[in-house]
Design a protein around this ligand. Sequence first.
Ligand code: PLP
Length: 424
Amino acid sequence: MTDAPSYLFYQTRNPRPFLDRAEGIYMFDEDGRRYIDGSSGAMVSNIGHSNPRVLAKMKAQMNRATFGYRLHFRTHPSEDLAAKTVAMTPEGLDRVFFVSGGSEAVESAVKLARQYALTQGQGKRHKVISRFPSYHGCTFGALDLTGYDPLREPFAPMMEGMPKVAAPVTYLDRDDLSEEARGLKYAEALRTRILELGPETVLAFVMEPVGGASTGALVAPDSYYGRVREVCDEFGVILIYDEVMTGAGRTGKFLAAEHWGITPDIVALSKGFGAGYAPLGAIVARHELVEPVLDAGGFAHGFTYAGNPLACAAGLAVLEEIEEQDLIGNAARMGEVLMSELRQLMAEYDFIGHVRGKGLLTAFELVSDRATMTPLDPGLNAYDRLVNLAYERGLILYSRRTRGGTAGDHFLLAPPLIITEAQI
Ligand code: PLP
């Protein structure tokens, strides 16, 4: 069946087998081969596949109404999901705006920040600083924040070119600083950049609290997070956490921000928030930002499918399942197990240069020389070979050939949060 003609394209022609069904952490192709979903797809299927509670709640909602336009009706699933989301996020984040995906969430966060600035008479604020490398999505607004050249280059002339600061990739740093000092160094670089740009022009800073696709589960030194918050406060810059990949329990807290006691001004969620049951995302923001915008005439932004009752019913059941099955606790516990297994592999094999992560968002990187972190010879094509070998043996890995445009092969291991120690 894999050879059947296809009229469909994504980034490439699609060479993989047909998916037949999926259950728990496993996926099955039409030939009956079983795969461990080692990356939850693209860090999406956090509660595993075919969860009976979610399916039942979705079916019940389908029998009532699958769509109700948000300007025509309030719906219980959307109101209940908003309330549940607020209850699960840190205090202070108490207004929710629904979208259908991660890029939409990031752009919504930025547009809310901009409209808030306008209500404060700060119309000069329009620059959004992000990190390099980073990934924030592929629509134009989100792409302009993305620090990943292969995706940006074709479209560069069509974007403003939002300013970047270096992501804290400290495991490549060759200085004598402590990790804490390195964290502060990267946060100071943000401060310097704000001053260079003119603080009155800087609207927001957006960051992935644990790096995703472009930096492979990159965790900054602890000192970084608090200092970045202080720098943003010093200049009235809105701090946006892109938790599209890290949110909904993936790292062992509902938001990764909670590991460092940070309350961002706006958080973007998607992926694990709908957990693959419906295209769903959200921004969660402080009411102090939202209310002035609503008072001033409203948020000039919104998507047709936003807050539709079927997606929200799915999202609500996902959050209930996360809570009742203690999947956040399991992510923390199983993350420890997975990380210790990865460390064990690193002790055995020189070509594993680095392992990292938080909770069940983990990564390993292949190198030819661990001391210098020299990437493997690209001619070896290790990236394709390892991904394909794993796939043939029934393990799905998520990988990027480059560290945000610089050389390096890293692989993400991020199984569903329901995974057991035996399955790891
Ligand atoms: N932000 C982060 C951190 C992501 O990892 C992604 C997707 O990988 C996005 C935004 C974009 O999400 P989507 O592909 O749903 O638009």
